[in-house]
Write a protein that binds this ligand. Sequence first.
Ligand SMILES: Nc1nc2c(ncn2[C@@H]2O[C@H](COP(=O)(O)OP(=O)(O)OP(=O)(O)O)[C@@H](O)[C@H]2O)c(=O)[nH]1
Ligand SMILES: [Mg+2]
Length: 260
Amino acid sequence: MSGEAAGGQTLSEIAQGPRSEAVVETAEAGAVKVVEKQAQRRIFKIIVIGDSNVGKTCLTYRFCLGKFPDKTEATIGVDFREKSVQVDTEHLKLQLWDTAGQERFRKSMVQHYYRNVHAVVFVYDMTKMSSFENMPAWIEECDRHNLNKNIPRILVGNKCDVMERIAVNTNLAQKFADSHNMPLFETSAKDDGRANHVDAIFMTVAHKLKNSKPMMPPHLADFVPGDTQRRDFVNLRGSPRHRGLQSASRGEEEKSDCPC
Ligand SMILES: Nc1nc2c(ncn2[C@@H]2O[C@H](COP(=O)(O)OP(=O)(O)OP(=O)(O)O)[C@@H](O)[C@H]2O)c(=O)[nH]1
Ligand SMILES: [Mg+2]
């Protein structure tokens, strides 16, 4: 007996027909599930703040891209970096807001930094006392923008690799951290041997966030006042539309093309 049946289908094809539809359905259902799962992934906005030149960009770059950047320039407005992490069984998306430390590059964006923030990472430079002494001012700025006092806050001393120039004593920093109920990390974005340490900072934040209540995910529309201004102040790293738009040399405070 030939295997050919009506409609040119073989018996085995007919036999397989419904099964292959089911396979398609299952595949589609699977795809839908994946999409749903991604849609459900909680997104957390973490702002990284501190004086200019303390290493905020390098720390976020190290965490998200796994290396120390070849070259950095003063951040204008804000740079975004995202990383998905797994905490227990849940995948979370961390949206890092690498803010500008220079007043002239941050003043127009400040109100947007502090909208719907889920956690704050305060960074100082261990080789520069003034960056540590300015920490209360950064905390005050958070308070002025009514940041919820219960969101996770972390204190990070960066550049511990420059051992001969350490200016901020660990005990002093620890006392300050304790008095503000923050964990303290001393680390280096530059030292490859401490890459895990940098990961630990953001994973500590992720663990704290995982246990917090679900919050409204931040959305680009929340902070972009208009497309023109977005080009001026917002830098979405990796997005072809925004790539390379923002950079500024340090020590050029009086540059006339300042967008602020
Ligand atoms: N030795 C050492 N240098 C670092 C480290 N992290 C950053 N740097 C250097 O410090 C300088 C400033 O780093 P950035 O990450 O651009 O500083 P920032 O805090 O983002 O500065 P703004 O964008 O102006 O607010 C750069 O020259 C970096 O190479 C570190 O861990 N160790
Ligand atoms: Mg920067």
